[in-house]
Design a protein around this ligand. Sequence first.
Ligand code: SF4
Length: 344
Amino acid sequence: MTHLTEREQVQAHLARSYQPAAVSADESLQRERIKTLLKAHNATLVAHYYTEDSLQALAEETGGCVADSLEMARFGAASPSSTLVVAGVRFMGETAKMLSPDKRVLMPTLEATCSLDIGCPAPEFSAFCDAHPDRTVVVYANTSAEVKARADWVVTSAIAEDVVAHLHARGERIIWAPDKHLGRFVQSRTGADMLMWEGACIVHEEFKARGIEDMLRVYPQAAVLVHPESPQAVVDLADVAGSTSQLINAARKMTQDTLIVATDRGIFYKMQQAVPDKLLIEAPTGGNGATCRSCAHCPWMAMNSLDKLELCLEEGLGAIEVDDAIRRRALVGLERMLTFRNSL
Ligand code: SF4
């Protein structure tokens, strides 16, 4: 069993602590060009927490928003703009389109998908549901429009526990898809009867308990913040486990001044704004802390860039369309979640 020397641990920490990227003169000019394009196309930019800092900054500077997938879609639907530009992954663009069917929804790239979406194809999932007709189907937002159309409820990680607890209290048995780790987390909190689809996020699955324990030996005063798409052993080390928005709020409230964070490092842009005086450290991935296989960054989120955003606005590329019959069926589960959320 390999343990890091203290020196290696400190080096690993230094490599992983968040440093805001400097903005070059070229990038400043490009941002100004994109601002002009957004205005010219009556467009609003909404960006996910996991996209690169420059996209999040641009969304903020232009009156858009930086948020989780549900808030991105809700913000987009309430926006008076006729075009929404969604910097994130494909299911986010689809959700925005489903909630704003009359708006043009563009994405900097249509190639950006999600391992959870890929790992839950609609035909197989539908057959799984058909085999268990007595169960209520609850799917995570990280799914295709077709999978959402097969669900009774759509949930985000921020509301999954509340919805499942509500269904469990009504005596309902559940099919949960696609993330098995988040499902197990929700099950442990609610005691619900949940039949799991075996999906996983390739980013969060890489976080390692051993690496975090090594880090805690160097920073014993640090708090550990974990997204529950991570494996059980990592969640077990968490001071707080929750969705992206919940982790940012927790960072604000916690007394510790050093935070080890197990989720995509894109979150550091907004988290550091929330806690400018705290030290934020990426939780180790893919090994014992000195190496980094996935670098805690989603490869699909990383496909979004200023270059692609500029091109998509200039040429109207990356338009999202959702079949109307699928949209209407998927809206049932989405609207149930929104109504439930408003009732909390
Ligand atoms: S971080 Fe994971 S869950 Fe999020 S978009 Fe990437 S692959 Fe999907």
